[in-house]
Design a binder for this molecule. Sequence first.
Ligand code: PEP
Ligand code: MG
Length: 473
Amino acid sequence: MTVKGPAVLFKRPGSGTAARSFDEAFGLVRSELERQAEGNPVFAAHLEMLDDPMLCDTVKDNILAGMSEPEALAAARDSIVSMFEHIDDEYLKARADDVRDIFGRLRAAMTGGTPGGESVIPDGHILVAEELFPSDTAGIDFKALRGILCHKGNNTSHVCIIARAKGVPIQVGADISGIKDGDTVQVDDPLAGRLQSIASKARAAGLKVYVNAANLAEIRAGMDAGAEGVGIFRTEFLFLNRSSMPSREEHETIYREALLACAGKPLTLRTMDVGGDKELPYLPVTVEDNPFLGLRGIRFSLKHQDVFLPQLEGAVDAARSVRGMHPEWFEEGSPLHLTIPMVSTAEEILQVRDILSGIAPDYRSLLELGIMIETPAAAIDAPALAVESDFFSVGTNDLTQYIMAADRCNADVAYLYDPFAPAVRKALEFTVEAAHKKGIPVGICGELASDPRATGILIDLGFDSLSLSRLEG
Ligand code: PEP
Ligand code: MG
């Protein structure tokens, strides 16, 4: 898919992490607008919109539903903008831009920047950036964007995953030198707009079609569009942009909502996969020489059990509470499929099982415990890991980078980062065979599942499910 439009260069507001609470940011933006409103009817109208209780209430409701403050702000912006856009009145429709402007100010103030609203992306533009990090994405108004052009990264970097989940075409590895604000630029996204045909082909072959999600809104949208479950819920994205550690209750609230949104269909909840390119601002920073080979995924969780335990407790509590409401959803096994990222040894799974037994001796009736196959060790030792797992979920984004020893975010080695390489294919074959020998299901949730060139191959390899980056009704 190719889209064209005027460029807007990305400016990272403030530190990119939550430097001010929503309430503090609100106060700051309010006083700035009060000052600007004198003698300026546009800003006076913005002040009125800011003071409309709907704005604060929507953000606060989202926070209560378990979102981090930046997530809550972004979700409130999206729902209020969409409300204006659907009004059948040209004047009111145009107010969507004012809403974006106000939310841009709030976001800038929350991330420690000035509350002047400079980070607002005008409608229909193409965002041009040298590099975008996962923590940048909460500040981007994806609805306003026509596309993204990025120099660094490749098709499975997290920003691509997020952009595609929101239906925004993205091109990475692009030469952006010399591009100025307002220049007409073009985005070529080889993967956009192909997901519906993948879903039909997979279903016709008897595979289940799941959806990938990073928040509740994406779960709801995917389920509304007919997904048979969630193939990966990347929970770390709920908690990256905040200044304090999520509590057991916060975890529980959001996972309960997620299970309810899936209505008895599988919710594959991945425990937080931090490390690599995803940092938690509320933990002391450890600089690693090789972060992608360092304290990532389950390695991080087992070392920082103060972060891991509340998540497991919240997941168990959520399953118990949903089982109380809908026992029929648990009759053929629990819909909560907990999956562990970056597993390399059977010992790691056993350690998680030990922790879960400590939290709830009956945990096996509350959840299935599976693993991501995304390290070469996990693929090669799949027969042994299958003994300790209830299911496998293959993460080809990482599996490819580790098998090919080619960084998934480095455009210079993108030619080596090839999920179709024979070495990766053999690992997939071996993993599926090991799972089926042990009688456990095996799905794929890496971006390869969303690549139309791979659908036939994945069906032939015998996968039980494909989890797509997005589904549309
Ligand atoms: C993967 O590695 O394929 C995967 C699904 O996990 P993530 O992209 O979040 O690393
Ligand atoms: Mg991964």
